[in-house]
Write a protein that binds this ligand. Sequence first.
Ligand SMILES: Nc1ncnc2c1ncn2[C@@H]1O[C@H](COP(=O)(O)OP(=O)(O)O)[C@@H](O)[C@H]1O
Ligand SMILES: [Mg+2]
Length: 461
Amino acid sequence: MNESVSQIYVVDDDISVREALARLIKSAGLSVKTFATAQEILAALQNEVPSCLVLDMLLPDINGLELQRQLATRDIQIPIIFLTGHGDIPMSVRAMKAGALNFLTKPFQDEYFLETIRNAITQSTRKEVATFGDIIGQSRACRRVIHQIEIVAPTDATVMILGETGTGKELIAQEIHRRSCRREKPLVRVNCTSIPKDLFESELFGHVRGAFTGAIKDRVGRFEAAAGGTLFLDEIGEISLGLQSKLLRVLQEKCYERVGEDRTRHADVRIVAATNRDLQKEVAAGRFREDLFYRLNVFPIKVAPLKERKEDIPLLATHFVELLAKELGCPKPRLTQAGIETLQGYDWPGNIRELRNIIERAVILSQGGALNFDLPVNGSSVDQIILEPRDGDQAEPEFLTESEMQRRERKNLFTVLQKTGWKIKGTDGAAELLGMNPSTLIYRIEKLGLKRPAPDCLASY
Ligand SMILES: Nc1ncnc2c1ncn2[C@@H]1O[C@H](COP(=O)(O)OP(=O)(O)O)[C@@H](O)[C@H]1O
Ligand SMILES: [Mg+2]
């Protein structure tokens, strides 16, 4: 099962309760682990923190309240759902005072239990969501970048942001500016790729009227426009060697002249640069000045590509679905668990920008229903995939027989049904996961003669 599926821990000393709850939780497409004692769970929590804890108030070793207190002293923050009997009311009140939000008095209805769990998971993801200005993400890589921004922003140090296209370099530059003491002054971006070579100098430093053909009036350059603020040199790896020396001079001497003018002006800007190139390689290849590289590389921030931080995808996707539905004026569509898994199965060569674009297309097409993602096939075109056998130990046969097709369909349906605990309809049902109409699915189950295994077989999944 995918890592991003919410993990629920159940602690109850009664094995039949444990197993019944585990089955119920699995039927909702969630992942579950069960424990009989408080000691067991305390040991498990040292390695992993689940999205939610379902806790019997009366455990044999420590009571639920004491366990809650111990978690708090260890700074483990998880939403807890307490299961209580009718006699435990005073204890429930005390737990509530200690911050517990959820109580279920036995016996309770399955649907109510699942709803409480879903609410608790939402609480826990909200708490975990790292939003830092406009930057969203909770992966270790993202937290490291946020930490670096926090450290470097208030200083005047030159920052070099390195990362593939679409990883959020510009967003980082904005956040650095916003958290610096230059925030009241402008942040000026120069896209080094989009400026024609012969206009670059005038673009950066400005010019006076008549400095060159077409210079019909005085013009302020980007250094001047950013005075007191931040100059963001985007795609810095693209500038020619000639321009690199001009840039080096202004960075070294902190002064420049407008093209066609002798007057020297003081450059009061903080430099943030970004590139998707490996500048050290560029230096080695003689395409980038080493001295300029060292000038710029004072405080490097490396941004990981999205495929190395797929745990950020659910948060980013949720954020973009909300944002884009609002921006596009579309009804808010549903992002299903299957949708998230599809997104996490792709490698995102265009990183977060590509994710945003794919979601935008899906939001437009969804018309308020479930989102379907139409992803390019990783690394090769769709035609290639159809025509060529896949890599692997066994090549795909050229064609499938009727019985092989049926076997595969049975296997596929069975896997999905197992995953949903044979729930067919609803957002967490098998039909939704398969992207199929529930009545079509029921028809196929009957046609293929699929039968739900007896409950005691299910418990061993
Ligand atoms: N961590 C993030 N959280 C939210 N949105 C992000 C994040 N990183 C990138 N984006 C969005 O992805 C898109 C591409 O980001 P951008 O900063 O332009 O990337 P780059 O400059 O590296 O090519 C933008 O729409 C940006 O707002
Ligand atoms: Mg960019």
